[in-house]
Design a protein around this ligand. Sequence first.
Ligand code: SF4
Length: 319
Amino acid sequence: MVTVVDTVSEARRVRHPEKAHRPDNEVARKPDWIRVKAPTSKGYLETRNIVRSNQLVTVCEEAGCPNIGGCWQQKHASFMIMGEICTRACAFCNVSTGRPTALDPNEPENVARAVRQMGLRHVVVTSVDRDDLADGGAQHFVDTIAAIREASPETTVEILTPDFLRKDGALETVVAARPDVFNHNLETVPSNYLTVRPGARYFHSIRLLQQVKELDPDMFTKSGIMVGLGEERNEVLQLMDDLRVADVDFLTMGQYLQPTKKHHPVKAFITPEEFKSYETIAYAKGFLMVSASPLTRSSHHAGDDFAKLRAARAARTGA
Ligand code: SF4
């Protein structure tokens, strides 16, 4: 059977065609400790105008991030480059799946202009997976980093990349552009990969992070997971060890929230006390920085966290 997705008008396009046939999973009521403000502030609207006027896509909107009200109020947004359609179909993710459109050659400059207009000191740039591109989108990351550096030389750049699986040379290309932080999320423990992140390979992602450090030992590396997807506590502790073997500096952990009834169900709401316990253990295992709380997301407070990350390295090395 052939499913043609790109001849259907945008308004009618099914956002998750691969999930349409799945049985519904009831969306669990959120506990009291997960409460977010409705996004209505003046700052939020200003950020939205800048995003729209530069024809940009943000992961904040595409992923349905619960922090959007607070982040956009402070003019913190994370840009998602290379379109809004992903070639993977992860069971947790709200980003549309399908055949992506061609790259927009103006996008690097558009992102750079928005960064300048928003006065960002630190910017997070992520992307959809582009398995359809020969380099997985590596050069587009490079062009975007270069455009931001040109327009805002003082702004530090954090990238959150796909896994570049089977894209030889892509990682080297991106690392050579010298982003300040290289983030690649593991998302969950290995036993969940076949159901939660079926297009990815756990040890490939670990190895990718390790290679970043081998290529550039000074580059900060970062990775994150969601909890509440059915993982065991011991599996999370093992994952921390795997990341430390790869010399990853910064771990983020947040509660998985189910975007729609077609997505993977929330298996557990992890309490703030359990997050605190994970954070304590992660620090004991040697991470320079750990952010673990129900509403932690990879890019949440990324600018402030980057400053703390630098300070933590300086304190450890005595530099
Ligand atoms: S946490 Fe990240 S993705 Fe969510 S709104 Fe803030 S900047 Fe956007």
